[in-house]
Design a protein around this ligand. Structure first.
Ligand code: DP6
Length: 345
């Protein structure tokens, strides 16, 4: 019997992935950029065990067993890892041995806090360790087939997922733009507005958007390529003003597309909108951009802020949003500094 345990952090998109051109291979219609949080904060922890005595593959998520169905994303990831193991000549574990997987998240699952990103990144990385497969861009194509955003969590710091052009998806890979060491005073403050499961899962929401939104093509073809270039440059120059502006604009455009979907997908709630207005007023009072918000497919806010501005922002947030004004009661979930290459470990 051989066992491996790994931890993988969530990543929060600055330029959002929204829309697929291939459902099964999970090929996106646009590039995206994210920042991976530190492994001390929002994480998935996965143990994979292989044994010749196991009769079937089994998986538990947060203690509940989930089916290992033929054709599922889970099965696809396992098959892909087996393919890489074979290609690498790895002999540590026989691919004929069945495996048991136990995964837990230390934060609410499917509440728009990138749980599937951390979960599949952790699963694929743990399997890779089990079969002795090194971390590579090719491995990101496997994580991508579990959940698109998961491919970005295989690297720490700032990461770009390239949409790629090939039909087989071999060039739809994640690459690191800069490690977290490059911008060590970048922090993220997460305000947990509501920790319930989201109403429309991302997979379904983006499918509907591709089918019905008239704005989504304009975003994918015209807006995102320009923003990717500008944000990469801002990250390279540690230019917080440009970084903040693009991040907020992209979050707003993503939610505009969610609303342009028919029937509309409403992910932000009243508190989320109040947080966005608060950030704009706060920045105006400060005389320059001191904080940037982004919202994924849920109401919770991620605020980017430089270390030197954290105490002031935290103070203002606590005054304007006392914790009992949030549905969850505990609005402050975590304050993260991305650590040196916080890749799964
Ligand atoms: C809003 O990666 O969860 O968080 O590929 O269908 O599993 P699937 O979707 P998923 O979508 C994440 C969407 C997002 C934006 C982002 O992380 O880029």
């Amino acid at each position: 019997m051989i066992s491996v345990t790994c931890v993988a952090p969530v990543n929060i998109a600055l330029i959002k992935y929204w829309g697929k051109r291939h459902e099964d291979l999970i090929l996106p219609i646009n590039d995206s950029i994210s920042m991976t949080l530190s492994t001390d904060e929002l994480c998935a922890k996965t143990t994979v065990t292989a044994s010749e005595t196991f009769e079937q593959n089994r998986m538990w998520l947060n203690g509940d067993e989930v089916p290992f169905e033929e054709g599922s994303r889970l099965t696809r990831c396992l098959k892909e890892v087996h393919r890489l193991a074979l290609a690498n000549g790895s002999q540590k574990v026989s691919p004929s041995w069945k495996i048991h997987i136990a995964s837990v998240n230390n934060f609410p699952t499917a509440a728009g806090l990138a749980s599937s990103a951390a979960g599949y990144a952790c699963l694929v990385y743990s399997l890779a360790r089990l079969y002795d497969i090194p971390l590579s861009e090719e491995l990101t194509t496997v994580a991508r087939q579990g959940s698109g955003s998961a491919c970005r969590s295989l690297y720490g710091g700032f990461v770009q997922w390239h949409r790629g052009a090939l039909d087989n998806g071999s060039d739809s890979v994640a690459k690191q733009i800069a490690s977290s060491k490059h911008w060590p005073n970048m922090h993220v403050l997460i305000l947990v507005v509501n920790d319930e499961r989201k109403k429309t899962a991302s997979t379904k929401g983006m499918q509907q958007a591709v089918k019905t939104s008239q704005l989504i093509r304009h975003r994918a073809d015209k807006v995102v390529p320009e923003r990717i270039a500008q944000l990469t440059d801002a990250i390279e120059k540690r230019d917080f003003q440009t970084f903040a502006e693009i991040t907020m604009k992209d979050s707003n455009q993503f939610h505009a597309i969610a609303l342009d979907t028919y029937p509309p997908c409403v992910y932000m709630n009243d508190v989320s909108h109040k947080i966005a207005s608060f950030v704009h007023s706060y920045n105006e009072i400060m005389g320059s951009l001191h904080a940037a918000y982004t919202f994924d497919a849920g109401p919770n806010a991620c605020l980017y802020v430089l270390e030197e501005n954290v105490p002031e922002l935290l103070d203002a947030v606590q005054k304007v949003f006392p914790s009992d004004s949030m549905d969850s009661g505990t609005y402050l979930r975590g304050l993260s500094v991305p650590k040196v290459d916080s890749t799964p470990k």
